[in-house]
Design a protein around this ligand. Structure first.
Ligand SMILES: [Fe+2]
Ligand SMILES: [Fe+2]
Length: 171
């Protein structure tokens, strides 16, 4: 597991992402969603031994290039390019980790599973927050470990927007 030694300018990165974000900050794909994905990613990631730096960056960046809240099939591809463009500014990842981040972002809405625990954790974390759009997460698309978080995540998604636990939204 690699995280403790990873330092990045989280606040600066978030400000940068938010500054260029084209859809509503209060919408389905805005910072509340990123915060819940981040929480799930770190929780699941710790269980499966994922690269926690990669999964956190995924949470903050994966929906950053949405142009609408509905049908935007290329938002993952655009966000992958965007993530790579930020390398060296707010964070520095070795080439292989950056590639893993870009892959996870590019393909996050393809509905697939992946054998790599870091990539799967990214996708798990996003899927665990499907309750916000009225969809109960399905274990079929999750790792065994992530499936254990479905009930908790679903309840939290349904309460999305209420910011009941402010700590989780503090980056
Ligand atoms: Fe997405
Ligand atoms: Fe998402």
């Amino acid at each position: 597991m690699t995280y403790g030694s990873f330092e990045f300018d989280r606040r600066g990165l978030l400000d940068c992402i938010i500054g260029q974000f084209r859809v509503s900050l209060d919408g389905f794909h805005g910072p509340n969603h990123w915060a819940r994905v981040r929480h799930h990613a770190l929780e699941v990631g710790r269980v499966v031994g994922a690269d926690l730096a990669v999964v956190e960056l995924f949470a903050l960046l994966h929906d950053s290039q949405r142009r609408n809240e509905d049908d935007d099939p290329l938002h993952g591809a655009r966000a992958a390019v965007y993530a790579v463009s930020l390398q060296g500014g707010y964070f520095v990842l070795e080439a292989a980790r950056l590639e893993q981040l870009a892959f996870a972002i590019r393909h996050h809405s393809d509905g697939k599973r992946h054998k790599d625990p870091t990539i799967q954790t990214c996708w798990d974390a996003d899927r665990l927050d499907l309750g916000r759009v009225g969809i109960q997460p399905s274990a079929r698309y999750l790792s065994v470990e992530a499936a254990g978080f479905i009930d908790e995540a679903y309840r939290w998604s349904l309460a999305s927007g209420e910011r009941e636990d402010p700590e989780l939204f503090e980056f």
